[in-house]
Design a protein around this ligand. Structure first.
Ligand code: PAF
Length: 282
């Protein structure tokens, strides 16, 4: 496995194998089973697997946890090697945002709601860095987790609108045994918060169960889920949503599909989770 922070190395490797299929797994490091499941899938579906580790400053607001975001490069590299990655790109800010940098990628409507409403500059940072990684690495397929559902919707829109020549592969959320979605931020939770954090997956699963039982009134669904989160004393709700899976517009009446999503604070730690419901699969 080659590890490099050099753009010329990456271009050289890509030019050496123009016909090979490349799978790309972009990450911010501090890897867990969720990330590794993406690498394994990329390994199974491509000739060559590239991962990136870069804590992208432009997707953090000044009030967010950029400086304390967890990092463990040696452990990340060991996990990536074991999962079969061929290349790991580990740039720093001077490489990704050199002095004079002034070009950003902005996706409009689908970034304005949910995470975008709570974190207004976040998606501009995500789309800018992912567009740069797509340009540099020229993957055949790019792998993202469903855990960041809105991110996948925003990136799909960007890929369509900017004609990136690649397939977006969205992989299922990997969960702890008690249902908590794996996230690098789970490590900020103290034991009581960690126990309370199962309220996200329990609430979303209750929403899906209500849909399966025939509930179609989105306001009633939101109220039921809101009450479940409110019953967890350590949780402070940011948002609860019953939305269209592609546009993320809030629904009044659910037809045959919906994405249920929530963001919840435990003190300063903000957790997100979502579940997709499709009538054809219930
Ligand atoms: O999902 C993440 O870890 C990040 O948003 C990504 C896609 C690596 C861009 O920095």
């Amino acid at each position: 496995m080659k590890v490099t922070n050099n753009i010329q190395d990456i271009r050289h490797m890509r030019w050496q194998q123009p016909a090979a299929t490349w799978g790309l797994v972009p990450t911010m490091g501090f890897l867990h089973e969720g990330h590794i499941s993406l690498v394994r899938r990329a390994r199974a579906e491509n000739d060559f697997v590239a991962a990136t580790i870069y804590v992208n400053p432009t997707q953090f607001a000044p009030t967010e946890d950029l400086s304390t975001y967890p990092r463990d490069l040696p452990h990340d590299l060991a996990l990536l090697e074991a999962a079969g990655a061929d290349l790991v790109f580990t740039p720093d800010d001077s490489i990704m945002y050199p002095a004079g940098f002034q070009t950003y990628v902005t996706v409009e409507e689908v970034t304005r709601v949910l995470e975008g409403a709570s974190r207004p500059t976040h998606f501009r940072g995500v789309t800018t860095i992912v567009a740069k990684l797509f340009n540099l690495i020229q993957p055949t397929r790019a792998y993202f987790g469903q855990k960041d559902y809105q991110q996948t919707a925003v990136l799909r829109q960007m890929v369509t609108d900017l004609n990136f020549n690649l397939d977006m592969i969205i992989c299922p959320t990997v969960r702890e045994a008690d249902g908590l979605a794996m996230s690098s931020r789970n490590k900020y939770l103290d034991p009581a918060q960690r126990a309370g954090a199962t309220v996200l997956s329990r609430t979303l699963a209750a929403g899906v169960a209500a849909l399966q039982a025939g509930e179609r009134d989105a306001n009633r669904l939101r109220a039921m889920m809101q009450a479940m989160i409110a019953a967890e004393p350590l949780a402070r709700l940011d948002y609860i949503s019953v939305a269209h899976p592609r546009t993320l517009a809030e629904l009044v009446e659910v037809a045959d599909e919906a994405v249920l999503s929530t963001a919840v604070f435990f003190h300063r730690t903000r957790l997100i989770d979502n579940m997709l419901w499709q009538e054809s699969q219930s």
